[in-house]
Design a protein around this ligand. Structure first.
Ligand code: NAD
Length: 360
């Protein structure tokens, strides 16, 4: 089978990592070939052109023109969140399937536009929930769903960061509204939903920016959520603490079961079993038994693009396809509403509304 032809829209910033790190191993396996690129930034575009050896005619500064003229099977979109709805519509209306960077979009209105685009064009659309499919979270998922630890009771997520100075987390994140919920929480809620093993039911969130945070939007979030199977989760995610306790955007996750506690921290997963004799002393994080990691050929974005290509070639639907990712995105919009109103919000009402829009 020939490689699928790809147009990449947005080749600077994280798009450069797609270009240089994530796509090449998939290209080497004969699955994908980048045939055209687009970016409004001439320097990023020139670097992409040189890296790929593309002719000028396949390098565009206008996404609409790129979608009309590029001879591609699908578009990879890595532009800022408020451009996603336009770029997904341009690509899908030009007959391309779409793999788009997370979040689905920055606003509920733009997310609804993407749902309508999918319905009207019938194109396959998926998102890059990178963290859920890295090695550490794949190992945690296998253990959580193994059934060997009894009933899952609740999950605690903690990510503390020090990124307070302007542009230390990329310029646009310091200028946008609700940076932590819109840009980061989508990854974390997606992981929590996957681990809980049920659709999200409700969420209460509070968000703010402390006086020392050089952010236009809220950089600190605390939240409590509940899933359809009554699993609960707590969520702490911050960019303006005095120090980063976590690696860059890799949270610590503690899953509490009837018969064991699992802790994922710094890429290492450990387990500690319930002692029915009650003789165990207090257990400190780090003192548990290391869980063997999942081993497979690829993880993260390389796995995602491989999986996307398999889907386009008639394989199993992508786990990060639009209709699935909408559940995680609905959690973000529910959290935003909760933070604004101070009330607990029903996530199902938002997810159901997206579901209603998706139906012909
Ligand atoms: N999956 C992950 O783990 C992960 C990590 C980082 C960023 N992201 C996502 O990737 C996306 C891009 O983020 P970033 O950090 O690379 O942003 P960025 O601002 O650093 O880069 C965006 C690129 O898109 C280009 N661009 C902007 N508007 C454009 C337009 N109208 N047409 C064509 N090109 C345009 C810019 O010139 C730039 O080269 C965001 O959605 C972000 O959330 C995901």
């Amino acid at each position: 089978m020939r490689p699928l032809k790809m147009l990449q829209i947005g080749v600077g910033g994280y798009g450069a990592a797609w270009l240089r790190d994530f796509v090449p191993p998939v290209k080497a396996r004969g699955l994908v070939e980048t045939v055209a690129v687009c970016d409004i930034d001439g320097q990023a575009l020139g670097e992409a052109r040189d890296f790929l050896g593309l002719p000028e005619t396949q390098c565009f500064t206008d996404a609409a023109q790129a979608c009309r003229q590029a001879d591609a099977d699908f578009a990879l979109i890595s532009t800022p969140p408020w451009d996603h709805a336009d770029h997904v519509a341009m690509a899908a209306n030009a007959g391309m399937d779409v793999l788009c960077e997370k979040p689905i979009a920055a606003s509920i209105e733009d997310t609804a536009r993407i749902v309508r685009t999918a319905r009207e064009t019938g194109r396959r659309i998926a998102f890059t929930m990178t963290h859920r499919f890295d090695q550490a979270h794949s190992t945690l998922r296998r253990e959580v769903h193994s059934g060997q630890y009894g009933a899952l009771d609740y999950i605690a997520f903690r990510l503390t960061g020090e990124l307070r100075r302007f542009a230390s987390w990329g310029r646009f994140r310091h200028e946008m509204d609700d940076v932590m919920l819109v840009e980061a929480a989508i990854h974390h809620f997606d992981i929590l939903r996957d681990l809980a093993g049920a659709a999200p039911a409700s969420i209460f969130a509070t968000s703010w920016n402390p006086p020392w945070g050089e952010f236009a939007g809220d950089s600190q979030v605390l939240a409590i959520m509940r899933f359809g199977n009554d699993v609960r989760a707590s969520y702490e995610s911050t960019a303006c603490n005095a120090v980063s306790i976590n690696e860059y955007f890799k949270g610590t996750i503690r899953a509490e079961f009837d018969k064991a506690t699992l802790i994922l921290d710094g890429g290492r997963l450990e387990r500690m079993y319930y002692d029915p004799t009650g003789q165990e002393p207090v257990r400190r994080p780090g003192s548990g038994e290391t869980v063997e990691p999942v081993v497979q050929d690829s993880f993260g974005n390389v796995w995602i693009i491989e999986r996307f290509v398999q889907w386009l070639r008639g394989g199993e639907p992508m786990p990060t396809r639009l209709e699935e990712t909408l559940q995680s995105q609905a959690m973000v919009f529910a959290a935003l509403e909760s933070a604004r109103t101070g009330k607990q919000v029903d996530v199902r009402a938002i997810a159901d509304w997206f579901g209603h829009l998706a139906r012909p």
